[in-house]
Design a protein around this ligand. Structure first.
Ligand code: ZN
Length: 117
């Protein structure tokens, strides 16, 4: 199998994770300031619970995809389609470095919601 430049993708993924985390953090702060969550309660509500209860899940789902991709980098499965186990074309990985499926499989699943805005 052709070796892909994992370092590049790791950097992309880490940058993306930072971006999503700071976006989530900002929303968290905003809601807290609006008094939706009392300061004392913040410690009791886990971040996960808070996010799933109060926020649009899109950012959080994106974050999960990024984390999954980083796991796959660590385990050496990165860039392999989870459905058909064919290598995902590097072109696609450059555009969508946390892609789980090749284009064909993703189209078959009708999952065109990632990154549509
Ligand atoms: Zn596939």
């Amino acid at each position: 199998m052709k070796k892909i430049s994992q370092k590049v993708f790791r950097q992309k993924l880490l940058a993306k994770r930072e971006q999503v985390l700071s976006a989530l953090g900002m929303k968290f702060d905003t809601l807290a300031r609006m008094g939706r969550v009392a300061e004392e309660d913040q410690a009791q509500v886990t971040h996960d619970e808070f996010v799933s209860l109060h926020l649009n899940n899109l950012d959080y789902e994106e974050l999960r995809l990024v984390e999954e991709a980083l796991d796959r980098l660590d385990s050496g499965n990165y860039g392999i389609c989870l459905a058909c186990e064919e290598p995902i074309p590097p072109k696609r990985l450059h555009a969508l470095s946390w892609a789980r499926y090749c284009v064909r499989c993703e189209e078959e699943m009708g999952a065109a919601r990632v990154c549509s805005g």
